[in-house]
Design a protein around this ligand. Structure first.
Ligand code: NAP
Length: 249
């Protein structure tokens, strides 16, 4: 039986674990950082918490000896993909990165692309936004605590750091176009801030912003290590199957 260490934290990771266990009889150990209080259920085994840096991950791999590693962490996970790449090289255990394609602007989009969160906060100031919507995740609201605007924040769990004048919406995608349009209208949002996470589950806010002519402050992705990349769950399943075949598992 093929064994996989699956670095999780995305909807793709959940679907990949389910597909590998249910349809391909693979032994999957999903690993979560432990930042979400109520993670989505998935098939296979589950562990939670950091490994203790690259050395800790290498030690885990040498003890657990998975056949392959799939890094399905979020496109904005800036550290773990580098640890996986280094640990894979150190142990010789093949790894791939499951990374959904980034969103691309289309006609009538009013995107302001920025390199990081402080630049996004600065862009809101330049825009003179009074009622922005933040959809950057609970760990990334720290950059906006100095805002004097009325800030709507949508996140799965409540962030620790928020601006004084905020409106918190606790919700988990996927989100549909009609609901996103209603949200932007009802809250009288004048700008949307998002990370360029890509994928369908949270894309409707971009379509709704386009419809309303709203600016979108788009935080672009951190640098990725130079590794094998697959763009969706099906390709990740195929990559695991191919490695299993090569190893004669
Ligand atoms: P990160 O900066 O790449 O990782 C920070 C540390 O968290 C890592 O050094 C590692 O600790 C631990 N870690 C991260 N992912 C892990 C995993 N799957 N299993 C075990 N430990 C993990 O990542 P992050 O931005 O803090 O995100 C943490 C988790 O939330 C990730 O799994 C990511 O997929 C998910 N997530 C992140 C975002 C985002 O915008 N950043 C959005 C949605 C979901 P050690 O060094 O101790 O091993």
């Amino acid at each position: 039986m093929t064994t996989v260490l699956l670095l999780a934290g995305t909807s793709e990771a959940t679907r990949l674990a389910d597909a590998l266990v249910r349809e391909h009889d693979v032994d999957v150990l999903s690993s979560l950082a432990g930042v979400t209080t109520n993670p989505v259920r998935r098939l296979g085994r589950l562990r939670t918490g950091g490994f203790g840096g690259t050395d800790g991950l290498i030690a885990h791999l040498r003890q657990d000896r998975p056949d392959v590693i799939v890094d399905a962490t979020h496109p904005f996970a800036a550290v773990m993909p580098h640890h996986v790449a280094d640990a894979s090289a150190a142990t010789g255990i093949p790894s791939c990165r499951l990374l959904r394609p980034a969103w691309e602007p289309v006609v009538n989009d009013r995107w302001i692309s920025v390199g990081d969160l402080p630049a996004a906060a600065a862009a809101l100031e330049v825009l003179g936004s009074r009622r922005p919507l933040l959809t950057v995740g609970r760990q990334s609201t720290w950059a906006f605590t100095g805002s004097h605007a009325h800030v709507a924040i949508r996140a799965i769990d409540a962030p620790d750091e928020m601006p004084d004048d905020h409106h918190l919406i606790l919700d988990r995608g996927p989100f549909g176009f009609d609901d996103e349009l209603a949200l932007l209208r009802d809250l009288r949002i004048d700008a949307v801030v998002t990370k360029n996470s890509g994928g369908n589950a949270t894309e409707a806010k971009l379509t709704a912003a386009r419809q309303l002519g709203l600016p979108v402050v788009m935080v672009e992705r951190p640098a990725q290590p130079a590794v094998t990349v697959v763009s969706d769950v099906d390709h990740a399943v195929a990559w695991v199957a191919e490695r299993s075949y090569q190893r004669g598992v």
